[in-house]
Every structure is written in C-alpha cells, then in structure tokens.
Design a protein around this ligand. Structure first.
Ligand SMILES: NC(=O)c1ccc[n+]([C@@H]2O[C@H](COP(=O)([O-])OP(=O)(O)OC[C@H]3O[C@@H](n4cnc5c(N)ncnc54)[C@H](OP(=O)(O)O)[C@@H]3O)[C@@H](O)[C@H]2O)c1
Length: 271
C-alpha cells in the first residue's frame, strides 16, 4: 500500500488519530486534518502530515483537498471521520443546536465528499470511507439528533456508493459501536437539559451511555478495519466494529418486530 494518499478528517483525537497513525505505519501517505491542527502543515517522523481543516467550512475543505493535491499529486482515499455528539431530549434541542450537529456530522461529510469526488473521477478511482455509527442504525434515546445525523450519513453513503461505482469510486460505511475516545468528554449537552422535565430520565440514560463508551473498544480496532477496506479490491457497503452485543443488536433490528426492539433498547438504557 506504500504511497497511497489518504485524507482523514478529525485526525487529532480518537478514531481519526488512530486511523492516521495506523495507516502511516502501514506505509500510506497520510494527511490528517482537524481544527486544532496547525495552519502550517507539520510532518511527523512517521511521515504523517497534519494540517488545519474545518469540515463546517466550504473554503477550508476545498483548500485542504487542494493542498493534498499540490503535495501528493493525487488523492486515493478519504476517511470522513470528523464528528461530535450532542445529548438532550428531542424536545429540549433547539433548532440551532440541531443544525450544529448536522453541520459537522452530515454536511461536513457531504462537503468533503463533494470536494474529493471530482478528483477521484479524474483519476479513475478512489475510496471514500464514511465513519457512521451503530447509532446510525439504532436510534439512541437522548441522542436523537446525533442519531439523526448518522442516519443521514447512512442514506447519503448508500446513494453515493451506487452513483460513484461507474467511476471506479468505492464508497463504504464504517459503523463503530462504543469506542474509547475523546467523544464522551466532548459531548455537548443541550442548554435546556439542565432544567428539563426530562432530566431524571436523561441523567439515567447518559450514565449508561458514558460508562459503555469509557469501556468501549480501542480506536485502533476501527483503524484496522479502515485499512482492510482500503486494501480490499471490492469492499462491502458497511462494516461494523465494536462490542459483540452491540453488533448483535444492530443485526436484530432487521429481524425483531419494531415494538419489541425499541422496548429492549429503552430497557437497556433504564427508561
Ligand atoms: N467514540 C464512539 O463511541 C463513537 C462511536 C461511533 C461512531 N463514532 C464516530 O467516530 C467519529 C470520530 O469520533 P471519536 O470518537 O474519535 O471522537 P473524538 O476523539 O472527539 O474525535 C473527534 C475528531 O473530530 C474532529 N472535529 C470535530 N469537529 C470538527 C470540525 N468541524 N472540523 C474538523 N474536525 C472536527 C476533532 O478535532 P478538532 O476538535 O481539533 O477539530 C477530533 O479530531 C465521529 O464521527 C463519531 O461520531 C464514535
């Protein structure tokens, strides 16, 4: 895989950082990006280049893709990983808070896809890996807007996979379950949750969520799957990574009656 050029969003922490380091070790030419990365690109001893990119900003994304092309002359793969979570009841979430969630998790992914696709088409191929979540398959109580953002990524990715296939572009979903990263501490609680009628339920659910994440899978497990996808000549539409019971729950969603499935999820979260 030596020399394959990969752009990763959200590479300063967690899953993105693990992907950047793992792929660099494996001989990929990695460009990692985030908002906390330096404006002047820095190259690590492993050859990993980190530079500033905000996926919420059209110009920043286009400049990022242009920079990779100037440096490497091509773009073989993109890992759309940048994201964050918000927590709060649907009712307590303001439209502004909801839009901020979608702006990064959904529109950020779309923005980077739109910047990368013309490059990949001109080259005659490429791979786009969109990091979704098992929360993009199973709606999570008090993370409704997070789930909505990832359900949206799922639909976008499936459609794009079919559209881009004639141009030799492979588009793949990765759905991590709970993973030990900075995600838990960075989760934004919606402003109205502090004095909400939902508060007792919300706190109970969030305790379970946070404990599961802190005991979750190491992010390198996701990085290994991403590397396998990049090497694969014909990767599957989606890959699930994470604790067995969580992957099982996602599989059961397609089998159990909806009423029973949602009851089981709400009991799990002590609702
Ligand atoms: N942890 C889990 O349990 C879990 C489970 C399923 C899916 N996921 C998904 O995995 C992805 C990575 O999350 P993580 O768990 O690794 O969390 P994390 O440790 O908090 O990392 C999130 C990364 O996204 C970057 N980011 C956030 N907003 C950005 C923006 N507007 N522009 C550019 N970069 C941005 C952050 O960097 P800066 O703040 O420096 O910009 C950081 O590098 C997310 O899409 C998340 O939804 C996580």
């Amino acid at each position: 895989m030596s020399g394959k050029v990969v752009l990763i969003t959200g590479a300063s922490s967690g899953i993105g950082k693990a992907c950047a380091e793992y792929l660099a070790q494996k001989g990929y030419r990695v460009f990692g990006t985030s908002r906390s990365a330096p404006r002047n690109p820095e190259v690590s001893p492993t050859g990993l280049t980190m530079f500033y990119m905000d996926v919420n900003d059209d110009r920043s994304v286009q400049e990022g893709v242009d920079f990779v092309l100037r440096q490497a002359g091509r773009l073989d793969a993109v890992v759309n990983n940048a994201g964050f979570g918000i927590a709060g009841s649907v009712e307590d979430t303001s439209i502004e808070e909801a839009k901020a969630q979608l702006e990064t998790n959904f529109f950020g992914t779309l923005r980077v896809c739109r910047a990368a696709l013309p490059v990949m088409r001109a080259q005659g191929g490429g791979t786009i890996v969109n990091i979704s979540s098992l929360g993009g398959i199973i709606a999570l109580p008090f993370q409704g807007l997070y789930s909505a953002s990832k359900f949206a990524v799922e639909g976008l990715t499936e459609a794009l996979r079919m559209e881009a296939q004639p141009f030799g572009i492979r588009v793949v979903l990765v759905e991590p379950g709970d993973t030990r990263t900075g995600f838990t501490d960075r989760r934004v609680r919606v402003a109205a949750s502090a004095n909400s009628v939902y508060r007792p339920y919300f706190e109970r659910v969030i305790q379970v969520v946070e404990a599961d994440e802190r005991n979750g899978t190491h992010p390198e497990a996701v990085a290994r799957v991403v590397e396998r996808i990049l090497r694969h000549p014909n990767p599957a539409p989606r890959y699930r990574v994470g604790p067995f019971v969580q992957r099982l729950a996602a599989a059961l969603k397609g089998v159990l009656p909806d009423r029973l499935f949602l009851w089981a999820i709400s009991k799990y979260y002590r609702l």
